[in-house]
Design a protein around this ligand. Structure first.
Ligand code: SF4
Ligand code: SF4
Length: 340
C-alpha cells in the first residue's frame, strides 16, 4: 500500500485512509470486523470525529491493541475552550488511547469558530501531549485559503475529487507548498462517482494527497484493499470515464455536505437537491417508494427563505435547484412508471 507524508507533521500515513463515519450504521461486532480487516489489509490511517456517534468507540474496541502501529485523526465541532477540551477527553476515552495523532477542528467556515477559545484549547491539549498535531476541516474554499495562509494548522481536510474545480486544485497545491498535509474528503463526490478504479487511478497521481474513503460494508472495504494492492495507473479508458463524469456533472451539483441543513420546512435538501443524479447513476426504484415520493413532494413547502442558498459553500441556487429536481423527478417517474 502506498504511503504519504502528511505535510510537515512527521506522520506518514497509508493512502488511502479509512473514513469511519459510515461504520456508525453498523452494529459493533460488524464494525469491529470491518476495522480489523482494514488493519490486516494494510490500512494504517483511520479518520473519525467526536460527532460520529459511536465511531470512535468502535475504533477503540477494534484497534486499541495495535495503537502504536496506526495513525488516528479525529475532530471536534466545539467552538469554545471548554467544549473542545471536553471533546478531546471524550475522544481519548472512546478511542482507548492516551494520545490523538491529529486533532482537527470540524467543518469550520469562519475564524470566530476557532478564535473564541477553541484554538487555545487545542494548543493546551497539544502541550499536555493529548494531541500531537492540529488540523482543520472545511467545505469553504475562502476559509481554507485563509487557513493555509495563516500557518496555524498542520493539515487541511477539504472535499477533493476528479470533479474539483481549478480553484480547488490550486488550493491543494498551495496547501502542499505550505508544508501542510492535504486530506481529501468526499473523494467520491458525495457518492456521485461510481467507478472506484477511476477514482483510485486519479488519486494515485495526486502526490501528497491522502484520500479518505468512507467504509460501511466489508464489500466496499475489499474493493479499496484490492485496488490498493493492484494499484492501477491511469489509462485512456479510465480517463474517458473521468471525462464523461466531468461533462455530465460539471462543477454545479449538490455535494450532499449538509451545510444548508436543517431547512425550517423540513426538506431533506442534501438528498433531494441531487435527485436527478441519484436516479440516473444508481438503481432508481428505491427512490420511488411512498416515503421518497413524500420527501420529494415536501419541496412544494419551500417558502423561499433563502437560508439554504446563503449557507451553500458551492454557491448553488438551492431553492431553484430543488424546484428543478422535483419537476425532473416526476417527469422521470412518468417515463418509467410502467417498469416500477
Ligand atoms: S429556501 Fe426553501 S429549501 Fe431553502 S431553507 Fe428556505 S424553505 Fe428550506
Ligand atoms: S445544497 Fe449546497 S450546502 Fe446543501 S447539501 Fe448541497 S452542496 Fe451542501
Amino acid at each position: 500500500m502506498r504511503s504519504v507524508k502528511l505535510g510537515n507533521t512527521g506522520l506518514t500515513v497509508t493512502k488511502p485512509a479509512f473514513g469511519a463515519l459510515p461504520i456508525q450504521r453498523r452494529d459493533k461486532d460488524e464494525a469491529v470486523r470491518i476495522l480489523r480487516r482494514a488493519y490486516e489489509g494494510g490500512i494504517r490511517y483511520f479518520d473519525t470525529a467526536n460527532a460520529y456517534t459511536d465511531s470512535e468507540e468502535k475504533i477503540g474496541l477494534a484497534l486499541a491493541g495495535v495503537r502504536e502501529n496506526i495513525v488516528i485523526s479525529t475532530k471536534s465541532t466545539g467552538r469554545d475552550y471548554d467544549t473542545v477540551a471536553k471533546h478531546i477527553q471524550t475522544s481519548l476515552e472512546r478511542l482507548k488511547t492516551d494520545y490523538i495523532d491529529l486533532f482537527q477542528f470540524h467543518m469550520v467556515s469562519d475564524w470566530d469558530e476557532v478564535d473564541n477559545g477553541a484554538y487555545q484549547a487545542a494548543l493546551d491539549a497539544k502541550a499536555k501531549g493529548y494531541i500531537r498535531h492540529i488540523g482543520v476541516t472545511s467545505h469553504s474554499i475562502r476559509f481554507s485559503e485563509e487557513a493555509v495562509a495563516s500557518g496555524r494548522f498542520e493539515t487541511l481536510q477539504f472535499p477533493f475529487s476528479y470533479l474539483s474545480s481549478d480553484e480547488e486544485v490550486a488550493l491543494v497545491r498551495s496547501c502542499l507548498n505550505a508544508g501542510m498535509g492535504f486530506i481529501a474528503m468526499k473523494a467520491l463526490a458525495g457518492g456521485m462517482l461510481a467507478n472506484a478504479r477511476a477514482v483510485h487511478a486519479f488519486m494515485r497521481e495526486q502526490d501528497g494527497v491522502v484520500p479518505i474513503y468512507g467504509v460501511q460494508t466489508m464489500e466496499e472495504l475489499e474493493q479499496w484493499l484490492a485496488l490498493a494492492d493492484e494499484d492501477p495507473a491511469m489509462t485512456d479508458e479510465l480517463q474517458a470515464v473521468i471525462d464523461k463524469d466531468r461533462a455530465e456533472l460539471g462543477g454545479q451539483f449538490c455535494r450532499s455536505c449538509g451545510y444548508c441543513m436543517p431547512c425550517p420546512q423540513g426538506i431533506e435538501i442534501r438528498q433531494c437537491a441531487r435527485m436527478d443524479m441519484l436516479i440516473r447513476r444508481s438503481p432508481w426504484r428505491p427512490y420511488f417508494t411512498p416515503e421518497w415520493q413524500a420527501k420529494m413532494n415536501k419541496i412544494n413547502d419551500c417558502v423561499n427563505c433563502g437560508r439554504c442558498k446563503s449557507k451553500c459553500p458551492y454557491h448553488l441556487d438551492t431553492p431553484n435547484v430543488l424546484k428543478y429536481m422535483l419537476k425532473d423527478y416526476w417527469e422521470f417517474y412518468e417515463a418509467h412508471k410502467a417498469e416500477l
